[in-house]
Design a protein. Structure first.
Length: 145
């Protein structure tokens, strides 16, 4: 994977080519078939994954809550709060992702604090946008006709 490709994703926003190249060996590329369960509700998850190709569904007790597509990340909640997964993530199409494990995040912290800080800030921004979107959906669903 080339660093210039990763720069287009919000998780890597503001990172220089050299910074991405410095952490690239710590990232893993994963592929899943359509229908594969990537994260299971109630189980531990120690990776943040961001979608390079494909789509996933977020399911809670079998109900689809949300769908993610190229450029979006998932799994960050469990990595940040070290709790079991609150939802299942299932591939809706053939899927290719890059993942950053908890171990890799600790390594990034040790080798380049600025890169680590930018990754965490980008992750916080993405989570904030997602929360804002969910708030808007809830308000729309509960507004008067």
């Amino acid at each position: 994977m080339e660093s210039s490709v990763l720069q287009k994703y919000s998780l890597f926003g503001g990172l220089l080519t050299e910074q991405i190249e410095g952490i690239l060996p710590l990232l893993d590329e994963e592929s899943y078939e359509e229908g594969a369960e990537i994260i299971s509700e109630g189980n531990p998850n120690d990776k943040i994954r961001f979608i390079l190709e494909g789509r996933v569904a977020v399911l809670k007790q079998g109900i689809v809550l949300y769908e993610f597509s190229e450029g979006e990340a998932f799994g960050e909640m469990e990595v940040l709060d070290v709790m079991r997964s609150v939802a299942t993530i299932k591939a809706l199409t053939p899927l290719r992702v890059m993942s950053i494990s908890n171990r890799a995040l600790r390594e990034i912290y040790k080798i380049d604090l600025k890169t680590f800080s930018l990754l965490i800030m980008n992750l916080a921004r993405d989570l904030s946008r997602r929360l804002r979107h969910m708030d808007e959906r809830i308000m729309k669903d509960h507004s008067m006709p």
